[in-house]
Write a protein that binds this ligand. Structure first.
Ligand code: NAD
Ligand code: UFG
Length: 345
């Protein structure tokens, strides 16, 4: 079976993707600098699947270390998860974001070329549609203007990958535009473990539920949506991970440059998320309504038809599943992996 290299594979989406790739029979090699993750996640991936993962601690920007990984393993495809992803932090520290996100991409492309590896999936984001395009977003729409440096790094990296594929006909590229991944593996052993105060809704909700935070502020209830709160296309991280497996199957069989939205196509509001979380888990989530958060769009969701048509993939889990599994992870691991900075044994 083919070997897939996961750059940034110890993170939230990477660890779930590792599980699904291993379950599908692929071999998996992971490299991560643990800037936002823990090696413990990979130990748990091994426990869940009963399979071994070769794990390297390194910075993906480091070409010479990356070359060692490619020399030691016969890699068939790469998934590039390694990026900094906090929107607000990217506004404060744009150079750090451009340096990390763009350089990891360039180092991967250079090393792939050196070792004749021709397949890459890239973790992009719905944010590249910008504000100009109308929902539901379809892959044929032009990239729009992003409201923050994080979004621009995604937009630029898409461009870099497309240009690289244009110049090198052997290179296959799939840009996966994620919508809002939430939830966790049903075992409760792996999940999202943000550093510090969470920026995103679901980790905040579950940390309030577990008593780590006092109260959730819902950012704005005067949007032009049915209940006044923003609507997003939340997707269960396991469905998202399965989308990666389908995309790997596809890229290994086709010389291609493709873009796929990975979303459900159905938006839910912030209030619906909080209500569903409380209902399915039988737990109260303290919340208040506050002012809008700068840069938020009222509504954002995918047209997910292309992934179904070409990859035969569609999200299957419900909002109830997402809320139940997020809570299952949080209550079993109230402090997350607890020791992000531990080094490899
Ligand atoms: P994450 O932070 O959990 O995972 C990213 C991983 O990359 C982390 O383990 C981090 O330690 C690692 N990393 C970062 N820079 C690195 C470097 N220079 N060298 C080695 N490792 C490095 O985030 P995630 O939610 O799993 O996201 C994965 C990818 O998907 C990211 O590129 C992110 O921008 C993108 N994405 C995420 C979302 C989301 O809502 N979670 C939405 C759209 C796109
Ligand atoms: N929200 C709150 N309170 C909070 C946190 C979030 O009300 O404490 C609301 C937000 O205002 C928004 C919704 O919950 O309406 C979802 O917010 P998130 O921060 O979880 O997600 P975003 O849709 O803002 O951002 C996500 C990813 C980004 C990506 C973007 C693409 O986190 O990486 O989608 O649109 F760029």
């Amino acid at each position: 079976m083919a070997t897939v290299f996961l750059a940034g594979g110890a993170g939230y989406i990477g660890s779930h993707t590792a599980v699904e790739l291993l379950n599908a029979g692929y071999d998996v090699v992971v490299a991560d600098n643990f800037s936002n993750s823990s090696p413990e996640a990979i130990k748990r991936v091994e426990k869940i699947t009963g399979r071994m993962v070769k794990l390297y601690e390194l910075d993906i920007k480091d070409n010479s270390k990356l070359a060692e990984v490619f020399r030691e393993n016969s890699i068939d495809a790469v998934i590039h998860f390694a990026g900094l992803k906090a929107v607000g932090e990217s506004v404060q520290k744009p150079i750090m974001y451009y340096r990390n996100n763009i350089d990891t991409t360039l180092a991967l492309l250079e090393t792939m070329k050196e070792f004749g590896v021709n397949n890459i999936l890239f973790s992009s984001s719905a944010t590249v549609y910008g504000e100009e395009n109308k929902v539901p977003f379809t892959e044929t729409m032009a990239r729009g203007a992003c409201s923050n440096p994080y979004g621009w790094t995604k937009s630029m990296m898409e461009q870099i990958l497309e240009d690289a594929a244009k110049a090198d006909k052997d290179l296959s590229v799939i840009l996966l535009r994620y919508f809002n991944p939430i939830g966790a593996h049903e075992s409760g052993m792996i999940g999202e473990d943000p550093l510090g105060i969470p920026n995103n809704l679901m980790p905040y909700v579950s940390q309030v539920a577990v008593g780590r935070r006092e109260c959730l502020t819902i950012f704005g209830n005067d949007y032009p949506t049915p209940d006044g709160t923003c609507r997003r296309d939340y997707i269960h991280v396991v469905d998202l991970a399965k989308g990666h497996v389908k995309a790997i199957d596809y890229i290994l069989a086709n010389n291609c440059v493709e873009i796929f939205n990975l979303g459900t196509g159905t938006p839910y509001s912030v209030t619906e998320i909080v209500d569903t979380f409380e209902k399915v888990n039988g737990i109260n989530v303290n919340h208040v309504y506050g002012p809008r958060r700068e840069g938020d769009l009222a509504e954002l969701y995918a047209n997910a038809d292309k992934a179904l048509k070409i990859l035969g993939w569609k999200a299957e889990k419900t909002l109830e599943d997402m809320c139940r599994d997020s809570w299952n992870w949080q209550k079993n691991n109230p402090d997350g992996y607890n020791g992000k900075k531990e080094t490899l044994a």
